[in-house]
Design a binder for this molecule. Structure first.
Ligand code: PLP
Length: 456
């Protein structure tokens, strides 16, 4: 077997700016020890997110020039609609400016006080939109998904028995739909098996509940199914994608992930009456139904990105380059969620910093160290992001304390990734000197974006 190489060559480059360790210490302090508040120019390798950070292909840039900017019925809309339908098979394709706009529309249409939505794990914006509507989001992840060090092929699966008993207990009339997030971003980018999607569908059918996909990383999920699930070895990625979507009644999507573009999303539906309601809300909040908050050129780029994302050479390189980083730091003893996920490596901050308790945010401590050590920007996915307070103002910590190193698509080369591994390993060697953090400012919702901290 030969080295798996980047399946592209580079035609346009963007310089990155080097800073000294002293400069980075000052920058971090000014940013209130929150990497979200650091200027991107002051970051050397940016692994904050894989969202909207993809490099587009020369074909997509050519599509940008061809984009039809007509207000209504633009040719680019029909290219977009047909590309989305080619994968989802859904009847009604509603463009939105990003994933959360699709979430806002569907949850404000079907949510409201007293309602429950159920998922393997809801992503943070999805949960926020559910709660903003007055409903509650319930995560029913399989047990192995909650143990970072336990290897299993499909740690993103939903607990099917728990789903059945939750529906019985709660009453199907209080549950507008069930949602599966593929891959499970908040749970480590872990995939969901086709078998699990089928079983969840069976339970939904039994109670007459619709099933939705949060489809942000559908292609990465399909590649894992091809690699790991019996019976799919010889299927094409597009066939696997179509089967996954065939069990769903609709999907929300952030095209900033597996559509290889910098902005965009969709809400796809099969129910005509629901689609009408959602389109009416779209017109108020996003725009006319044939552009939905996007320019024609964006729709064109999404249509092309959806063709490129299901290419098996791309997916092999993609999944392997993430796994490569995981293997390197794991070999040096750094605790991560195993096996590596599709779009990111998740460092297990609880095991990395056992001397820092959840209320002193061990994940935040690692994120700060990675920036100072090497100018690498990562994100905490733990009690800063998901922590809540009880009636006495005491922190209810997140189940896991993680640090995510998200890999932008087609952006960094193998030597960039080698450098990142060196920085992580250096931070791990410094772990006994690392300190906890306290929050000095926080917003009432999605606090991780704007919170400020102080070292303890
Ligand atoms: C990114 C993401 C979203 C939200 O999409 P945005 O485009 O950032 O609004 C929803 N769900 C999952 C799983 C995501 O990764």
């Amino acid at each position: 077997m030969k080295t798996i190489i980047e399946p592209f060559k580079i035609k346009s480059v963007e310089p990155i700016r080097f800073t000294t360790k002293e400069e980075r210490k000052n920058i971090l302090e000014t940013a209130g020890y929150n990497p979200f508040l650091i200027n991107a120019e002051d970051v050397l390798i940016d692994l904050l997110t894989d969202s909207g950070t993809s490099a587009m292909s020369s074909g997509q840039w050519a599509g940008i020039m061809r984009g039809d900017e007509s207000y209504a019925g633009a040719r680019s809309f029909y290219a977009f609609e047909s590309a989305v339908r080619n994968i989802t098979g859904d009847k009604f394709i509603i463009p939105t400016h990003q994933g959360r706009a699709a979430e806002k529309i569907i949850f404000s249409t079907l949510g409201g006080p007293g309602k429950y939505f159920v998922s393997n794990t809801f992503f943070d914006t999805t949960r926020a939109n559910i709660e903003f509507s007055g409903s509650e989001g319930v995560d029913l992840l399989v047990e192995e998904g909650k143990h970072p060090e336990q290897r299993a092929p499909f740690k993103g699966n939903m607990d099917v028995a728990a789903l059945d008993s939750f529906i019985r207990k709660t009453g199907k009339e209080n549950i507008p739909f069930v949602m599966i997030t593929i891959t499970n971003n908040s749970g480590g980018g872990q995939p969901v098996s086709m078998q699990n999607i089928r079983e969840v569908k069976e339970v939904c059918k039994k109670y007459g509940l619709p099933l939705f996909l949060d489809a942000c990383r559908f292609a990465e999920n399909a590649y894992f199914i091809k690699q790991r699930e019996k019976g799919f070895e010889n299927k094409s990625i597009i066939e696997i994608c179509r089967e996954m979507f065939s069990y769903a009644d609709g999907s929300t999507m952030s095209a900033k992930k597996d559509a290889l573009v910098n902005i965009g999303g969709w809400l796809s539906l099969n129910d005509e009456e629901l689609a009408m309601k959602c389109r009416n809300l779209l017109i108020v909040t996003e725009g006319f139904p044939t552009y939905g908050g996007l320019a024609g050129r964006d729709l064109e780029a999404i249509a092309l990105g959806l063709e490129e994302i299901v290419d098996e050479h791309y997916l092999q390189y993609r999944i392997r380059s993430v796994e490569y980083l995981g293997e390197k730091i794991l070999a040096a003893g750094v605790p991560i969620i195993e096996p590596p996920g599709g779009h990111a490596i998740y460092i297990d901050a609880k095991r990395f910093l056992p001397h820092i308790s959840a209320d002193q945010y061990p994940g935040q401590s690692i994120v700060c160290e990675l920036y100072v050590e090497g100018g690498v920007r990562a994100v905490e996915i733990g009690s800063v992001m998901f922590g809540k307070y009880d009636k006495n103002g005491k922190l209810i910590p997140s189940v896991m304390e993680l640090v995510r190193l998200a890999i932008p698509r087609r952006v960094y080369t193998q030597s960039h990734i080698d450098y990142v591994a060196e920085v992580v390993i250096e931070a791990y060697k410094n772990r006994n000197y690392m300190k906890g953090y306290e929050i000095t400012y926080e917003a009432p919702m999605l606090r991780h974006f704007t919170a400020k901290f102080k070292p303890i």
